[in-house]
Design a protein around this ligand. Structure first.
Ligand code: ADP
Ligand code: ZN
Length: 445
């Protein structure tokens, strides 16, 4: 359901003064916080050197938000080289917690929080949750892994802050998840979109009656997914799904979130400065265009990070949101700059493949993309599950479906893939972020 045109929505704000702050005031607030953050950063050897080179010896050298552009970008590689304490800007006694990125693309990086940092972070997550219409009457089952990953404790604290009853169920074990939902009347869950699809397929398989659970909403994030996948989850589970974006370098969840209009993710500009750059020229692109998201955190003293190249692909909507919030909205994040596959010289993003297959009703809830070498050429195979009610012995409709997927994919990505159909529930499921691509080509060294 697209709520964009629904005028009956009663928008609720956790902190209206900040969420609807006029842009001029918001920018003045950002400048003040940026100076403060630069002050923290100047205490770390990494930024002391970087900022000095950029002519910034003290926070007072930042005169306007435009001066941010004088600061060089920070990359994941910089953070790795600073492991373990290179970016810590307070004494260890002031640190109360650490988190680490899930390491999707290599060695993890560590982020430290002071008590005040945790308080602010929790406030942003609570703002996101409340902005989807949740209240203290809700029962929230956090179906994501706890531990070093920020999605567990981050959402947990935010949910408690809103006053909901929070069930720290963690991810996996669908049978237990259903039981918890039934026993405690869960109304809202948080999970990866791939786990939500898995939950739905399992519900069908195990004969769980939809009417025995009270689920109304889900927060889905931690990995890219298409608008069609959102719609599929909403229709199959009969719930509202809200897109949740965050990354551990920027605290974790609570960076950007959809409001009830469900069109784009408000990035909380009182806590972050967001830029979109062209990843090749490194220049800022105009609003409305796609590019790489660069983020500066304004709400953390223990690990300040300035102009972080997230590698995530997004852009800004230009029109204001019907909810009245003044914070700009990001396009759905379609993947990372380094997700791009080059198959026989053609650039393909996995999100393009997902968009095609998840829009087809006959296709099930899970898929896998494989690339192999076939002589000198690359061969792309797209494996998808079929819906649970498909009869696998009936080859004629299956061949027709295969052909339809192949033709539609070819029209979209200009590559002719091999298509394999698999029984519902037979492709591997990950409890954390889904692994959708298996690149089996030998490395060219
Ligand atoms: P890692 O970088 O090791 O995966 P994180 O756990 O911090 O570590 O994951 C953050 C990353 O997850 C983001 O940079 C982004 O690539 C992805 N991500 C998180 N939320 C979303 C979302 N809603 N849509 C698309 N991608 C997302
Ligand atoms: Zn909005």
């Amino acid at each position: 359901m697209n709520n964009q045109t629904d005028h009956r929505i009663h928008y609720q704000y956790r902190n209206e003064q900040f969420e609807k702050m006029p842009r001029r005031e918001l920018e003045a607030w950002q400048l003040e916080r940026l100076r403060e953050t630069a002050g923290f950063a100047l205490r770390t050897p990494f930024y002391r050197k970087r900022l000095k080179e950029a002519g910034i010896q003290s926070p007072g050298d930042i005169c306007s938000l435009g001066d941010l552009k004088r600061i060089p970008f920070t990359t994941k590689q910089d953070l790795r080289e600073g492991f373990p304490y290179g970016f810590l800007s307070v004494s260890k006694e002031e640190v109360v917690r650490l988190h680490a990125s899930s390491g999707t693309t290599g060695t993890p990086t560590t982020i430290y929080f002071s008590r005040e940092d945790i308080r602010k972070w929790t406030g942003f997550v609570a703002r996101c949750i409340y902005g989807t219409g949740c209240t203290r009457d809700d029962v929230f089952q956090n179906m994501i892994s706890y531990g070093l990953f920020t999605g567990g404790l981050g959402f947990h604290a935010g949910g408690e802050e809103v006053g909901m009853l929070v069930i720290p169920s963690g991810s996996g074990n669908t049978a237990r998840q259903f039981r918890l939902m039934q026993d405690f009347g869960t109304t809202v869950v948080h999970a990866t979109p791939s786990f939500l699809l898995h939950v739905e397929a399992k519900m069908k398989e195990e004969g769980v009656d939809r009417d025995s659970i009270k689920l109304k909403r889900a927060f889905a994030g931690a990995e890219p997914y298409s608008e069609d996948t959102r719609r599929r989850i909403e229709e199959l589970l009969r719930i509202d799904v809200y897109n949740s974006y965050g990354l551990s370098e920027m605290n974790g969840p609570g960076v950007a979130f959809e409001c009830q209009a469900k069109r784009g993710l408000h990035i909380w500009e009182d806590g972050y400065i967001a830029e979109i750059i062209n990843p090749d020229t490194l220049e800022n692109v105009p609003d409305g265009e796609r590019g790489e998201l660069v983020l500066t955190i304004l709400c953390r003293e223990a690990t300040p990070i300035l102009r972080y190249r997230t590698r995530d692909l997004s852009g800004f909507y230009t029109e204001p949101c019907p909810c009245g919030r003044t914070h700009r909205r990001l396009f759905r994040i379609t993947g990372r700059t380094d997700d791009m596959l080059i198959i026989n010289g053609v650039n393909v993003f996995p999100s393009q493949i997902e968009e095609v297959i998840m829009a087809m009703r006959e296709v099930g809830n899970n898929y896998l993309i494989e690339i192999e070498k076939d002589g000198v050429l690359d061969r792309l195979t797209v494996k998808t599950e079929v819906t649970p009610d498909t009869f696998m012995d009936d080859t004629r409709p299956l061949n027709a479906l295969k052909d339809k997927i192949r033709r539609t994919l070819q029209a979209s990505i200009t590559i002719n893939p091999r298509v394999e159909l698999h029984e519902s529930g037979s492709l591997p499921v990950s409890e954390g972020k889904a692994v959708r691509v298996r690149d089996l080509r030998p490395l060219d060294i």
